[in-house]
Design a protein around this ligand. Structure first.
Ligand SMILES: *[C@@H]1O[C@H](CO)[C@@H](O)[C@H](O)[C@H]1NC(C)=O
Ligand SMILES: *[C@@H]1O[C@H](CO)[C@@H](O)[C@H](O)[C@H]1NC(C)=O
Ligand SMILES: *[C@@H]1O[C@H](CO)[C@@H](O)[C@H](O)[C@H]1NC(C)=O
Ligand SMILES: *[C@@H]1O[C@H](CO)[C@@H](O)[C@H](O)[C@H]1NC(C)=O
Ligand SMILES: *[C@@H]1O[C@H](CO)[C@@H](O)[C@H](O)[C@H]1NC(C)=O
Ligand SMILES: *[C@@H]1O[C@H](CO)[C@@H](O)[C@H](O)[C@H]1NC(C)=O
Ligand SMILES: *[C@@H]1O[C@H](CO)[C@@H](O)[C@H](O)[C@H]1NC(C)=O
Length: 343
C-alpha cells in the first residue's frame, strides 16, 4: 500500500516537472520598417520577440536572431555639377583684331551625375586689355601649384614674349595665349611622424612611476588623399626613481619618526633588537644584525611628540608603523625614555 502511494507520488512529481518546462517561441515577424529615402541605399528592418511564449522553468530559448535586415535600394541620388575655381587671367592676347584676357573654369568639381543639374553660368570669362607688340614666344614657366589643396583645382603656367622696341603694326602681335591652364588634383602625400618629444618627468619623485613621450602625425600632416601615420603617438616607460626616503632619521643617535607632518620620538618600553632591526632597515642599512640601543643621546624636547610606545616588531617589517604598538601618539612615557640607536 505504502509502496504504491510512493510510486503514484513520484509519477505525479515527474509529470509536474515535465509540464512546468516551457520552451520559448518567437512571435511572428513584424512588418518591414518603411524605406524612408527617395534615392540612395538604406536598410529595412523587421523584428520578433521570444515571448510567444517566453522560455520558462529551464525551457530552451528561441533560436535565431530577433532582428532581420534587408537592403532597400533606390536610384542613385542626383549630384549637381559644381565649378572649379576660376583660373588666373591669361595674358593679353589677340584674336580677330581685339586684345582680350581670358580665364576659365570647368564643371567637374564634381561633374553632374544621375540627373543632377549642370553648372550655371559660363565656363569662360573675358576682359579686354592693351596688347604689347611682340614677336615670338619665350619658353613656358613651370606649372604653378594647384589652386586647391583638397579637391579639384586649376594650375597655370606662363610664357613671355620677345617684344619689339616699338609697336609697328597689328601683324607684330603674337598669336596664342600667354597663359596655359589645366585641371589638377592635389598630390596625395602620406603623413609623417614628428620626432618623439623628450620624456616627461617621472610621475613620482620616489618609488616606481611612469613617464611618457609623444609624437604627432604632422611632419607632414597627411593630405586629404594621403595615409595617416602608422603606430602609436604615445610611448610610456617605467621610471624607477630611488627608494622613497625613509620617514625615520637618527639625530645624534636619537631615533625620530615622521608622522602626520611632524618628527617625534619612540619610547623604549619593550624596545628590543627586533625593533632596532626594523628601524635600521628603514634607515637603509642592509645588515641589521648590529642594530642596538644607545643611551648616550640628547633626548627629544617637550615640543616633540612621542609617537610610538610598546613596539613589538618581529624584525622583518618594512616600517615601524607595521609593528604592533600602542597606537600612534598613545604612550605613558616622557622623553627621558626616548630610544637612541646604533645601526
Ligand atoms: C510558435 O508560434 C507559432 C506562431 O504563433 C505557431 O504557429 C507555432 O506552432 C508555435 N510553435 C510552438 C512549438 O509552440
Ligand atoms: C547602392 O547599392 C547598389 C547595389 O548594391 C550599389 O551598386 C551602389 O553602389 C549603392 N549606392 C550607394 C550610394 O551606396
Ligand atoms: C532548473 O534546472 C536546475 C539545474 O538543472 C534545477 O536545479 C532546477 O530545479 C530546475 N528548475 C525547474 C523549475 O525545473
Ligand atoms: C563648389 O566648389 C567650391 C570650390 O571648390 C566649394 O567651395 C563649394 O563648396 C562647392 N559647392 C558645392 C555645392 O559643392
Ligand atoms: C603668370 O602670370 C601672372 C600675372 O600675369 C602671375 O600672377 C603668375 O604668378 C604667373 N605664374 C607663373 C607660374 O609664373
Ligand atoms: C625642540 O626641538 C626642535 C627640533 O630640534 C627645535 O626646533 C625646537 O626649537 C626645540 N624647542 C625647545 C623648546 O627647545
Ligand atoms: C620622567 O618620568 C620619570 C618617572 O616615570 C621621572 O622620574 C622623570 O623625572 C621624568 N623626566 C622628565 C624629563 O620629565
Amino acid at each position: 500500500m505504502g509502496t504504491i502511494l510512493i510510486i503514484i507520488l513520484t509519477i505525479a512529481l515527474l509529470q509536474s516537472e515535465v509540464h512546468s518546462k516551457v520552451d520559448g517561441n518567437w512571435t511572428d515577424w513584424s512588418t518591414w520598417s518603411a524605406c524612408a529615402i527617395t534615392c540612395g541605399n538604406t536598410t529595412q528592418t523587421r523584428s520578433r520577440a521570444c515571448t510567444n511564449p517566453p522560455a520558462a522553468d529551464n525551457g530552451t530559448d528561441c533560436e535565431g536572431t530577433s532582428d532581420d535586415y534587408q537592403p532597400c535600394l533606390r536610384e542613385p541620388c542626383p549630384v549637381d555639377g559644381n565649378w572649379t575655381d576660376w583660373s588666373s587671367w591669361s595674358a593679353c592676347s589677340v584674336t580677330r583684331g581685339s586684345a582680350t584676357q581670358t580665364r576659365i573654369r570647368t564643371c567637374i568639381n564634381p561633374p553632374p551625375a544621375h540627373k543632377g543639374t549642370e553648372c550655371e553660368g559660363a565656363s569662360e570669362d573675358y576682359k579686354s586689355c592693351v596688347h604689347k607688340p611682340c614677336r615670338g614666344w619665350g619658353p613656358w614657366s613651370e606649372w604653378s601649384s594647384c589652386s586647391s589643396t583638397s579637391g579639384v583645382g586649376i594650375q597655370h603656367r606662363n610664357r613671355s614674349w620677345y617684344s619689339w622696341p616699338s609697336f609697328t603694326s597689328i601683324d607684330d602681335l603674337c598669336d596664342g595665349d600667354y597663359t596655359d591652364v589645366q585641371i589638377c588634383m592635389p598630390s596625395a602625400f602620406d603623413g609623417g611622424w614628428t620626432q618623439w618629444s623628450s620624456w616627461s618627468t617621472c610621475s613620482v619623485t620616489c618609488g616606481i612611476g611612469l613617464n611618457q613621450r609623444t609624437r604627432s602625425c604632422t611632419n607632414p600632416k597627411p593630405s586629404t588623399f594621403g595615409d595617416h601615420c602608422v603606430g602609436p603617438n604615445i610611448d610610456v616607460a617605467i621610471c624607477n626613481k630611488q627608494h622613497c626616503p625613509s620617514p625615520v632619521r637618527l639625530r645624534d643617535g636619537l631615533l625620530e619618526i615622521y608622522v602626520n607632518g611632524q618628527w617625534g620620538t619612540v619610547c623604549d618600553d619593550e624596545f628590543d633588537s627586533n625593533d632596532a632591526k626594523v628601524a635600521c632597515r628603514m634607515l637603509g642599512f642592509d645588515n641589521t644584525q648590529t642594530a642596538r640601543l644607545r643611551s648616550d643621546v640628547v633626548r627629544g624636547n617637550v615640543s616633540m611628540p612621542i609617537w610610538l610606545d610598546n613596539l613589538r616588531c618581529n624584525g622583518y617589517e618594512d616600517s615601524l608603523l607595521e609593528c604592533s604598538h600602542n597606537g600612534v601618539g598613545s604612550h605613558n612615557c616622557n622623553h627621558s625614555k626616548d630610544v637612541g640607536l646604533v645601526c
